[in-house]
Write a protein that binds this ligand. Structure first.
Ligand SMILES: [Fe+2]
Length: 416
């Protein structure tokens, strides 16, 4: 057991009111919605109230109440309660009004939506690292993206939404930044190094317990890595989330998922077997992988041999279209530069959403386009024959745009 660190000041205290309300993507987006929230430890039960959305006064008989499960999250010298509920048996392509909380302390009513049952053109948003100065820089990008593309069906966060500064405030700032957008629009997220913090007195770091408190992703991942690795089927697309924060040859630090469980080589191998099965079993026309550490780096003096040797061959073998990544804090996209390869797919992308931006190393041969010193978000427009990817700045202008085309036989090509 790690000794709690005394914290004298805390700016995002939990209270009896629900906060950090979050919608994670669910296993069946047409009929299920996953919600979570936080309270102080004094609130011991919670529930969700749900009704089909309309604009009139609510009648009591139309509200269904569903209890939530509660999980204690101990962190530093604090103990908070995190609640989770999955709304089941919803109607496809419908709007619901929901509120969360407990008897005397409930949230506002807010609106959530289910997916259609079959593929219709849609778009989603992708955000790279946020990481530093979260409160100053992150709110604007989430707001601009949501105002620019209010019909986005979900958001992808490729890790380092927070940073390893060992306080709960890093999470407080992130939830403050996304605010009610995180309630209304569901998200996928994958942890980066920033979602791990140093364990006092040990040469090791550990996944923040807030991760499993707040996030409620499809529980279809490999053993030991559930809620970190998972896949999500939205009609038309499969998105596979991969955990990549494994000890590398460059670091001697151990990595823990909780106080007892250390990340092991066995887990990496389990994930590889699982990845193979999940990629091979895809029935959707589009296939996307998200992970924090990039397969090809855009920075100087970084190498991701483990990913290139063990993950890349599977991405190519199973014809992944697009790989969305973070970590390098620049914008870059391109493809495997191996001259033996004919296909320019998958496209590998790195982007940065937050205020700390780095310089790219321009000598990398895999990069087709790069962009520096700009907070960007990406809009991925998915239709039957085309996936169009736009990298957009905070003025709403796209700085990069490319297409992946799919012909009648399902053969894909890159257009740029
Ligand atoms: Fe990172």
């Amino acid at each position: 057991m790690v000794n709690p660190v005394a914290v004298t000041e805390r700016y995002y205290d939990a209270s009896v009111w629900p906060d950090r309300i979050f919608q994670s993507v669910s296993e069946d987006p047409a009929t299920q919605i996953n919600l979570s929230w936080r309270t102080s430890g004094s609130i011991i039960d919670g529930y969700v109230e749900v009704a089909l959305a309309h604009s009139s006064s609510l009648e009591e008989g139309e509200i269904v109440t569903q209890p939530a499960t509660v999980q204690q999250v101990r962190y530093e010298n604090i103990l908070d309660h995190y609640f989770k509920a999955t709304l089941l048996d919803l109607k496809p392509r419908s709007n619901y009004m929901v509120r969360v909380g407990s008897k005397d302390h409930r949230s506002e009513w807010f609106q959530v939506s289910t997916a259609p049952q079959s593929f219709q053109p849609f778009r989603f948003l992708y955000f790279g690292d946020i990481k530093e100065n979260i409160r100053e820089y992150a709110p604007r990008i989430y707001r601009q993206a949501a105002i620019g593309y209010p019909d986005a069906k979900f958001m992808v966060h490729t890790g380092n939404m927070v940073n390893s500064a060992a306080t709960d405030d890093t999470w407080g700032e992130w939830f403050y930044s996304g605010n009610w957008l995180f309630q209304q629009i569901p998200s996928l997220a994958v942890p980066g190094d920033g979602e791990h913090r140093k364990i006092p007195g040990k040469n090791a770091n550990m996944l923040f317990p807030q991760w499993n408190g707040s996030f409620h992703f499809p529980q279809n991942g490999p053993p030991g890595l559930k809620n970190l690795s998972y896949y999500y089927d939205y009609p038309g697309i499969r998105i596979v989330s991969l955990y990549t924060h494994f000890p590398s040859r460059n670091t001697t630090e151990d990595i823990y998922l909780n106080h007892e469980e250390m990340v092991s080589e066995e887990q990496f191998q389990n994930q590889l077997r699982w990845l193979k099965r999940v990629l091979a079993g895809n029935n959707q026309p589009w296939l996307v992988v998200i992970m924090h550490h990039p397969v090809f780096t855009a920075r100087k003096d970084r190498h991701n041999e483990l990913l290139q040797q063990q993950i890349l061959p599977l991405l190519e073998q199973y014809k992944v279209d697009l790989v969305l990544q973070g970590h390098d804090q620049v914008y870059a996209r391109g493809f495997n530069p191996d001259p033996e390869r004919e296909s320019k797919l998958p496209v590998y992308m790195i982007s940065v959403a937050g205020g700390e931006m780095q310089e790219a190393d321009k000598s990398h041969t895999w990069i087709s386009r790069q962009y520096e010193n700009s907070q960007l978000y990406q809009v991925i427009n998915v239709s039957t024959n085309t996936m169009r990817i736009d990298a957009v700045n905070l003025q709403g202008k796209w700085v990069d745009r490319f297409w992946i085309r799919r012909d009648e036989n399902g053969t894909k090509s890159l257009l740029q």
